[in-house]
Design a protein around this ligand. Structure first.
Ligand SMILES: [Zn+2]
Length: 356
């Protein structure tokens, strides 16, 4: 299995400010750690330096009015909202990150790689005509558009394991009958953007295809993986996607500064290992992993590395996945609460899915 990883020095221009949690050095530190671990010297792993995406790429998903607004804001410098500043430099960084996501997708779909890891990607809070939550353009949806337009891709499964609910992605595909969106995230009552409840299942052709798995604060790693294993593999088998796109990063780590779930680096290794194994069952192993979130710079490189390794070398010893901190609490924390949520969700989904 060949894996391509996209990275460009210009990613670091997506730096939202000195005191902002989304800083440009996050990408650089991850790449330095990957190099220290000699990831690129593993057989069948190669790095690609992408070109920047274009305004036309972005317009495949977003409204012209919104895109023009962001480009104008970038020209004069300003802020889309309180958390999301915009400048020429930031916009250029965003276009390189989107370019990396598109390039990883092309490599996989054209068979030049089996799996793609797009560093920096996963701006899931951006919708058709809005941004926010550090996100300008939804690179996940831009990739889906390109795969559907230029390649023979019809059905896409998007797995969003970011600690925050992917409201932008969910809105874009809420009534789409060919995109299955599954999101595991922290209980929306306790975190931005305050949405992502189990009863939000999609509408019209997309009814039953929007799956939200909200997890209580401080859910332990094994409890998290229980929820993932109960919902994601059976749905993937029933849905039979042409490709799986997964997005997240390290903000579900227990030491993250914005999230309050309980994963460790080993948990992230497990997540991507599960994604890889399910993809082999359902879509010939075709996966693109977008890895961009995480706001504790000390744990981020370990977790991003674990995510990449889970795809590249799923038989790697768990003992070799280091973590910056030891596990702080019970990995089975909140299991009973999680079981109840999974049970209620399956009950709702049984109307649409034979696997439940
Ligand atoms: Zn997040």
């Amino acid at each position: 299995m060949k894996t391509c990883i996209t990275y460009h020095e210009k990613f670091k221009q997506y730096d939202l400010g000195v005191n902002h949690p989304f800083r440009g050095d996050r990408f650089v530190k991850a790449k330095i750690f990957f190099d220290k671990k000699s990831l690129s010297s593993l057989p069948n792993v190669f790095f690609i330096e992408p070109k920047a995406a274009t305004k036309e790429d972005v317009l495949k998903v977003h409204s012209k009015r919104y895109v023009d607004h962001i480009f104008k804001l970038a020209e004069k410098g300003g802020s889309y909202d309180i958390d999301t500043p915009v400048s020429k430099r930031i916009l250029e960084g965003a276009m390189f990150i989107i370019g990396g996501v598109l390039e990883a997708g092309r490599y996989v779909i054209e068979g030049k790689a089996d799996r793609g890891v797009a560093l920096g990607g996963g701006f899931h809070h951006a919708g058709l005509d809005y941004g926010g939550g550090f996100c300008l353009f939804n690179d996940i949806a831009i990739l889906v558009s390109e795969l559907r337009e230029k390649h023979d891709v019809k059905r896409v499964l998007i797995l969003d394991y970011d600690v925050h609910f992917g409201n932008g992605t969910s809105d874009i595909y809420y009534s789409d009958g060919d995109v299955l969106f599954i999101s595991l995230h922290q209980d929306p009552r306790t975190i931005y953007p305050g949405r992502g409840f189990i009863h939000e299942v999609g509408s019209g052709r997309g009814e039953g295809l929007n799956i939200n798995i909200p997890l209580p604060m401080r859910t332990g790693e094994r409890s998290y993986l229980y929820a993932l294993n109960e919902i994601f593999p059976p749905l993937a088998e029933d849905f039979k996607p042409d490709i799986i796109i997964a997005n997240g990063g390290s903000d579900a780590h227990f030491a993250d500064h914005l999230g309050s779930l309980g994963l460790t680096a080993r948990g992230f290794f497990e997540i991507s290992r599960i994604i890889g194994s399910v993809s082999e069952e359902v879509c010939g192993g075709k996966v693109i992993l977008l890895v961009g979130s995480g706001y504790n710079i000390n744990v981020l490189p370990y977790c991003w590395y674990a995510l990449a390794l889970g795809l590249i070398k799923p038989d790697a010893s768990l003992e070799k996945i280091e973590d910056f901190f030891p596990q702080p609490h019970d990995p089975w924390q909140n299991l009973e609460k999680v079981k109840k949520i999974v049970c209620s969700l399956k009950d709702i989904l049984s109307k649409y899915w034979s696997c439940f």
